[in-house]
Design a protein around this ligand. Structure first.
Ligand SMILES: *[C@@H]1O[C@H](CO)[C@@H](O)[C@H](O)[C@H]1NC(C)=O
Ligand SMILES: *[C@@H]1O[C@H](CO)[C@@H](O)[C@H](O)[C@H]1NC(C)=O
Ligand SMILES: *[C@@H]1O[C@H](CO)[C@@H](O)[C@H](O)[C@H]1NC(C)=O
Ligand SMILES: *[C@@H]1O[C@H](CO)[C@@H](O)[C@H](O)[C@H]1NC(C)=O
Ligand SMILES: *[C@@H]1O[C@H](CO)[C@@H](O)[C@H](O)[C@H]1NC(C)=O
Ligand SMILES: *[C@@H]1O[C@H](CO)[C@@H](O)[C@H](O)[C@H]1NC(C)=O
Ligand SMILES: *[C@@H]1O[C@H](CO)[C@@H](O)[C@H](O)[C@H]1NC(C)=O
Length: 325
C-alpha cells in the first residue's frame, strides 16, 4: 500500500470516528478535508518523476544573491581552527574542496556565518580521491587536456551516477549549502566517449534530483551551451575566464534570472595587478561586456589562497598544508 493511500485511509477512518462521536447530525462528506498532508494543491497522483524537471522546488533551498561576495580555494584545505573568530577574507561564501577539508573547517565556517559551496569533479575521474577506486575502466574516456591522470567520464553510466550520488550525500553530511560539480562540459572537449550536450543536460538533471531533496542548491560550471536547458534547475553559475574569451553575455543569463555568476579570471600577474589591468576584468565593457553584477575574483591558476577583487581589495586565505606532499 502506498504511503499516500495509507494517509488517505487513516484520514477517512478518523473522519468516521469523529462523525460517530459527534452523532449522525454531522455528515460524512469529507468535502475539502481530504488533505493528503503534503501541502500541495492539484493532482499529485501517479509517479512524481525526477525533481529536476517537474514540480515545484522545495522551499528553503539556499538561493545566493546576485553580486554575493565569495572566495574559492581548491589547491589545499584552508587553515581554520575550531576556535577561530574570523576567516580571511570576510566574504559571504566559500567554495572549497569537498574531500580535502576536514569536518572542523566546515563546522567553523558555518559557525562564522559563511555559506559553503562544495567543489567536486562530477564529470571526470581524478586519481587519489577517497572513492577513486569505485570507477570502472569502462567509465573512463580520454585524459583531460593538461591534467595527466584525469579522465572524462561517461555521464550516462549508472556506476558514475552512483558515485556522484554518494559525493552529494557527503556534501550534505559535511554541512555544505550547495554543490559545485565540475567538468560537466565534456561535450566541448576531445573526450573519447562521444559525449553530447544532451548527455550533460541529463546528467545535470540527475545531479539535481539527488541534491535538491538533500536541500543543496547547485551551480553550473562553465558549460555555456546548456544554460538554456538547465537554468531552471541551477541556482548559480561558476564561470572561468569569460572575459579572457569575451563570452560573458552567455553567462549573463543567470544575472537576468536573478542568480549570481561566480566569475574567476586568471591574470598572469594577479598579485601585482595595475588598476587598469584590474578594470579590464571588472568594468562592463570591451571583453568584459555583459559582466555587470558578476561576482568576480582574480586568482592564480592553481586556486590557492590569494584573491584580488574588483574593489581593489586583496587577501590571502591561509592554507593547511599539513600532511600534503
Ligand atoms: C525547466 O525547463 C525545461 C525546459 O527547458 C522544462 O522541460 C522543465 O519542466 C523545467 N523544470 C522546472 C523545474 O521548471
Ligand atoms: C557588489 O558587491 C560589492 C561588494 O562585494 C559592492 O562594493 C558593490 O557595490 C556591489 N554592486 C552592486 C551593483 O550592488
Ligand atoms: C590541518 O590539517 C591537519 C590534517 O588534516 C589537521 O589535523 C589539523 O587540525 C589542521 N589544522 C588546522 C589549524 O586547521
Ligand atoms: C555510456 O554509458 C551508457 C549507459 O551505461 C552506455 O549505454 C554507453 O554505451 C556508454 N558509452 C560509452 C562510450 O561507453
Ligand atoms: C535548507 O538550507 C538552508 C541554507 O542552506 C537553510 O536555511 C534551511 O533551513 C534548510 N532547510 C531545511 C528544510 O533543512
Ligand atoms: C541579459 O540582459 C541584458 C540586459 O538586458 C542583455 O543585454 C543580455 O543579452 C541578457 N543576456 C542574455 C543571455 O539574454
Ligand atoms: C546590477 O547592477 C546595477 C548597478 O550597476 C543595479 O542597478 C541592478 O539592479 C543590478 N541588477 C541585478 C539583477 O541585481
Amino acid at each position: 500500500m502506498s504511503k499516500r493511500t495509507k494517509i488517505l485511509l487513516a484520514a477517512l477512518i478518523a473522519v468516521i470516528i469523529i462523525g460517530l462521536a459527534v452523532g449522525l447530525g454531522v455528515g460524512l462528506t469529507v468535502g475539502g478535508g481530504n488533505d493528503d498532508g503534503d501541502g500541495n494543491s492539484g493532482d499529485d497522483s501517479g509517479p512524481t518523476g525526477p525533481a529536476a524537471t517537474s514540480g515545484p522546488r522545495p522551499t528553503g533551498v539556499w538561493q545566493p544573491a546576485v553580486n554575493a561576495s565569495w572566495q574559492i580555494i581548491l589547491q589545499a584545505p584552508i587553515e581554520l581552527s575550531s576556535d577561530a573568530t574570523s576567516v580571511t577574507p570576510d566574504v559571504e561564501i566559500y567554495d572549497i574542496d569537498l574531500f580535502t577539508n576536514d569536518q572542523e573547517v566546515f563546522d567553523t565556517l558555518r559557525r562564522l556565518g559563511k555559506k559553503i559551496i562544495c567543489y567536486f569533479s562530477a564529470g571526470s575521474y581524478e586519481p587519489g580521491r577517497p572513492d577513486s577506486g569505485n570507477f570502472a575502466d569502462s567509465d573512463k574516456g580520454k585524459e583531460l587536456d593538461g591534467w595527466p591522470g584525469e579522465h572524462w567520464l561517461n555521464l550516462s553510466s549508472e556506476n558514475v551516477r552512483n558515485i556522484m550520488q554518494k559525493r552529494i550525500q557527503l556534501a550534505h553530511d559535511k554541512g555544505c549549502d550547495a554543490i559545485d560539480p565540475d567538468n560537466v562540459d565534456g561535450y566541448n572537449n576531445d573526450n573519447g566517449l562521444d559525449l553530447t550536450p544532451d548527455d550533460s543536460v541529463a546528467f545535470m538533471e540527475y545531479l539535481s534530483s539527488v541534491s535538491l531533496p538533500l536541500n543543496l542548491s547547485m551551480g553550473l560550471k562553465n558549460a555555456g551551451d546548456i544554460i538554456d536547458h538547465v537554468l531552471n534547475i541551477t541556482h548559480f553559475s561558476v564561470n572561468e575566464q569569460c572575459v579572457q574569451y569575451a563570452e560573458c553575455e552567455q553567462f549573463s543569463a543567470y544575472i537576468n534570472d536573478t542568480k549570481p555568476v561566480f566569475h574567476i579570471e586568471y591574470p598572469d600577474d594577479v598579485t601585482s595587478l595595475s588598476t587598469d589591468k584590474r578594470n579590464g576584468y571588472c568594468e562592463d565593457q570591451g571583453d568584459a561586456a555583459y559582466s555587470n553584477n558578476f561576482s568576480t575574483v582574480l586568482k592564480n591558476m592553481n586556486l590557492d589562497g590569494y584573491v584580488d577583487y574588483c574593489s581593489g581589495m586583496s587577501a590571502t586565505t591561509p592554507l593547511n598544508t599539513t600532511g600534503l606532499s
